[in-house]
Design a protein around this ligand. Structure first.
Ligand code: AKB
Length: 311
């Protein structure tokens, strides 16, 4: 019987992933854990600080957990404010989970990596799967190292750990905090509320992005794939679309012709400038049949429809 634990379940992706996992496997099969309680009913839920190893072991034992989706992490922008804390949470949290999976009867682990693993030494256009990785944020460093540990635990101990490098994720279900790609969600809320947005990235900074339903679909598909198909145990490149703030605004302006944008780049511009513009994710297409459904136009239309209902 499959029993899933999700860490960071009340974060941007966690919230939507938990709901979808519960739809697929049943509410009681999916335990949400986080250090913050959700405003909505999120039961079954347990408070869990990922660095509290004893409590993690207890929860896994009590709830007879068989799979872990380990989402808890500090993202790129907030990571720069407290590098050592970020390293501790992002990397030691993962190592605790991998050790647990090695010792206990955990059948599968999901680890989210990110485009933040790329750096100035990486080709920025159509970035291939295997490239030099020299990230300059502590978040990127922790995720590259995390990928290597996943590969190590798989090869050395047979832990069935699977991972994707998420691009910027766009969803209407929450306003993300702490990331460099957060502008691509904020812009919708601000334009719908106020018809104006000031972007913290430069207008021409193109980044790989993905709409939430595709991100959740990719995650579940990867976890459901046959173990033999998963040839990459560090992390898969994953992609759906790429755009700059200017291109996204042009699309949004079709619905709000009076709206305006200004650009006031801050420290996040330097982070974004080192990341890829677009990603070659052909290996994910080939090995576990990944295929996105949303492009810029379809995502924009759906975001606007849903965010309008919130205000
Ligand atoms: C961030 O901006 O830090 C995240 C990511 C790309 O991993 N959204």
């Amino acid at each position: 019987m499959r029993r899933i634990l999700v860490t960071g379940a009340n974060g941007q992706i966690g919230k939507v992933l938990v709901a979808e996992l519960r739809r697929v496997y049943g509410r009681d099969s999916v335990l949400a854990t986080d250090i913050k309680k959700s405003a909505e009913n999120n039961e079954p839920y347990e408070f869990l600080d990922i660095l509290n190893e004893n409590r993690l072991y207890e929860i896994v034992h009590d709830h007879k957990i068989t799979e872990i989706y380990h989402l808890a992490a500090i993202l790129s922008a907030h990571g720069e404010w407290n590098p050592l804390k970020t390293w501790n949470i992002n990397l030691n949290g993962l190592l605790t989970i991998l050790e647990l999976a090695k010792k206990k009867d955990i059948q599968k682990v999901f680890f989210p990596s990110t485009i933040a693993v790329f750096g100035k030494t990486t080709p920025q256009v159509n970035t291939p799967q295997d490239v030099p990785l020299l990230p300059e944020t502590v978040y990127g460093m922790s995720k590259v190292t995390g990928e290597l540990w996943c590969n190590y635990y798989h090869k050395k101990y047979g832990v069935d750990v699977r991972s994707v490098r998420y691009p910027g994720i766009i969803g209407y279900q929450s306003i993300p905090h702490g990331g460099t790609t957060d502008y691509a969600v904020e812009i919708f809320h601000e334009i719908i509320k106020n018809n104006v947005y000031t972007c913290f990235l430069d207008g021409d900074t193109r980044l790989p992005m993905m709409y939430m339903p595709d991100a959740v679909d990719a995650t579940i598909k990867l976890m459901q794939a046959d173990a033999a198909a998963i040839q990459t145990r560090s992390s898969y490149n994953l992609s759906a679309m790429s755009f700059s703030p200017r291109e996204l605004f042009t699309e949004i302006k079709k619905y709000f012709p009076e709206s305006e944008i200004a650009y006031d780049p801050d420290f996040r511009q330097e982070i974004a400038a080192a990341w890829s513009e677009s990603i070659d994710d052909s290996r994910a297409h080939k090995e576990w049949k990944w295929k996105p459904s949303y492009d810029l136009a379809r995502m924009t239309q759906d975001m606007i429809e849903n965010i309008k209902k919130l205000y």
